[in-house]
Design a protein. Sequence first.
Length: 225
Amino acid sequence: MREAAQPRVSEKPLVPAQKVLRHSVRGQILDALRAALVDGELVPGEIYSGPALGERFGVSATPVREAMQQLALEGAVECLPNRGFRVLAGTPRALAELAEVRALIEVPVMLRLARTVPAATWESLLPAARATAEAAAAGDLPGYADADRAFHRAVLRLADNAELVRIAEELHRRAQWPLPGAPRVRRADLVADAAEHSALLEALIARDLPVVESLVREHFAGSAG
């Protein structure tokens, strides 16, 4: 009986070979790995070892493994005992389901906020919207992913529900993982996606509920974030 072929351990470089500060080492590595995931540098199906990544970061394997275990909890990788971590592959169906769930959670909240939050509060979020536009214009995909989540997080925090913000953030992060073999998101698509943030704030300031609902649903269904 033939043995199944073993997936190879990737030797591809993931991140710049730079040292990280000793404080919050695990958090820094987790951020770097998340950025590599969004940017497509962590390749679905590939296996990455903690010691190899630790050597690149100039740290022990322990904080790398801890960061990878967090990614496993988020559904981005699976742990392979004594071997490392395999990056899991997403599917178009999974992304569509995430978009549906995000809409079910966030659209009613957004409409409630649109009825109650004063215009001045929405105007205070304009810098967050501009941050997404700047990252998009630079073609900075990981930077855009961070700015995009920060914008949505700032909006949802107005609902004063920490559990809502936590769940929405987790769903949003998972929705940003690229599909295997998918072309890199174009700068023009990022720019168009970022423009929807400013349009949403304008609709919220005007309390135009039909436009708010339409923008949010379209943003989830066909955006980069």
